[in-house]
Design a protein around this ligand. Structure first.
Ligand code: ADP
Length: 466
């Protein structure tokens, strides 16, 4: 284990930092509390002494009289019981105005006399011993003087010293115990986080299958673990999609390339007539066109994914727009004797990116014409519903089996499931990207693309745009 002193504060493990903070704040509170307690005890002990001093002075004054023109305690011997109580602990001096000691009541002979003080309590030092002294002016007839009652503070000092010793010893011990307890609790609370860290370390891009599967309560740590697992689910799905996409893209590129290579090989295998070379080159051109379309689609898809397409919105008159799009598929429709029907109310407009929307609708119309058998019908309708414009493209084609519908907008998804279209495809077959692109374009416009289909009756794609 590394020494803590070599670590920057941010590198110290959290459980130790928590414990340190805990001990530090507890120590601060305890020091404040014990100081307060100590001062309170001291105040109350001194107050007790003061009350006793005052009482002693009051009782001594009962015996105050005058003898030979001077103040004196009288009848002291006649009331020994009372005076014993009085002077057991106290030193009581009767002083003249000039400070001369006139009389003393004390058990001890060698007792200190303190300089004359104003009326009140003082703490004074005699030969390094602290004394509590009460002084009061007194008078007997016209003679004035002063009574001074004093008591050693030794017992109070001893009590306070013992209290202090207990605090000084007890405080670190209490902090040590609190620190151990705090460390134990912090370790316990943070153990699941260690588990999360270990799991996270064990996860690599190639193995996203691990989960924390936290079994504890749904507290802060439980929620963290759950969030982590959910994030891994999403990452795993995203990685999976990415991998499939790369694999599918490679496959789609390889098919026409393999076809090209094969065709070139066959053509070169023996000398041929010029017309045969021309035919080969024409067929090769179709494959190259397919490759170009595919790479354009891939590029387009990648740019959509990176969020590089900010739709350049403009006002689009739907009837004109759709007429232009339909013109593009008309030659193919006519070649297959497919009827194109359009039903768009005039004046219907929407806000959108012209190029992207052309691409979206052209994909739908192109598919409709492509997959509808000769003699069929393709209908384009549009209407406004609230803030949305809804465009539907229906055909009387073969329809799409229900099990394919949930995947239809996935990249490279094709209903036939057969990618190897080979040479006979004439380069016309799509790579299964058309609908995925259409879907993303609708989404980039804050809209949506949906499909309804019934096998044998036809398919309808519905674009919702706002
Ligand atoms: P492609 O470019 O291969 O046509 P798409 O993403 O446009 O790819 O379409 C995906 C699949 O959906 C196609 O392989 C096709 O089988 C099916 N499909 C799309 N439109 C229609 C339609 N109008 N009628 C029947 N099937 C369709």
């Amino acid at each position: 284990m590394r020494m803590l002193s070599h670590l920057r504060p941010s590198q110290i493990p959290l459980r130790i930092r928590l414990t340190l903070w805990y001990v530090l704040s507890l120590g601060f509170i305890l020091v404040l509390f014990t100081t307060f307690l100590y001062l309170q005890v001291r105040r109350s002990l001194v107050a007790q002494v003061d009350a006793a001093l005052h009482l002693a002075a009051t009782q001594a004054l009962l015996s105050l009289g005058e003898e030979g023109g001077q103040l004196a305690f009288q009848n002291v011997e006649r009331n020994p019981e009372a005076m014993r109580n009085l002077n057991d602990d106290f030193v009581i001096h009767l002083l003249a105005q000039d400070g001369t000691v006139l009389d003393t009541l004390s058990n001890d002979d060698d007792v200190p006399v303190f300089p004359v003080q104003a009326t009140g309590f003082r703490t004074l030092i005699d030969e390094e011993d602290p004394w509590r002294v009460y002084s009061q002016e007194v008078a007997a007839g016209s003679i004035t003087g002063r009574v001074q009652v004093a008591q050693e503070l030794e017992p109070v000092v001893e009590t306070l010293a013992s209290l202090q010793a207990q605090i000084v010893l007890g405080l670190p011990l209490a902090l040590l115990l609190a620190g151990l307890g705090g460390f134990f609790l912090a370790s316990r609370a943070l153990r699941p986080i260690d588990h999360i860290t270990q799991t996270a370390r064990a996860i690599s891009a190639s193995d996203l299958g691990q989960r924390i599967r936290y079994q504890g309560p749904a507290d802060e740590v439980g929620r963290l673990a759950q969030t982590f697992d959910n994030m891994l689910d999403r990452l795993q799905a995203a990685f999976g999609r990415e991998r499939r996409f790369t694999g599918d893209a490679a496959h789609e590129l390889r098919t026409p390339l393999a076809a090209l290579k094969g065709r070139i090989g066959v053509t070169l295998s023996r000398p041929r007539q010029p017309a045969a070379y021309v035919e080969t080159l024409q067929e090769m051109e179709q494959q190259v066109d397919r490759l170009i379309r595919l790479s354009n689609d891939l590029l387009f898809m990648a740019r959509l994914d990176q969020g590089q397409f900010r739709p350049q919105t403009e006002r689009i008159e739907l009837a004109d727009f759709m007429a232009a799009v339909m013109d593009q598929v008309r030659p193919l429709a006519e070649a297959k004797a497919i009827t194109l029907v359009e039903s768009i109310p005039p004046g219907l407009t929407l806000q959108g990116d012209l190029d992207l929307l052309i691409r979206l609708h052209l994909n739908l119309l192109d598919n409709a014409v492509k997959y509808t058998p000769a003699g069929g019908r393709v209908t384009v309708q549009a209407e406004r519903m609230g803030t949305q414009v809804i465009v539907s493209v229906s055909d009387t084609g073969p329809g799409i089996p229900a099990e394919h519908l949930p995947h239809l907008f996935e990249r490279f998804y094709r209903v036939e499931g057969d990618r190897a279209r080979g040479w006979r495809d004439n380069g016309q077959g799509g790579a299964g990207l058309g609908l995925a692109i259409a879907y993303e374009i609708a989404r980039a416009h804050g809209g949506h693309l949906a499909v309804q289909s019934e096998v044998g009756r036809g398919t309808t794609f519905v674009v919702y745009l706002s």
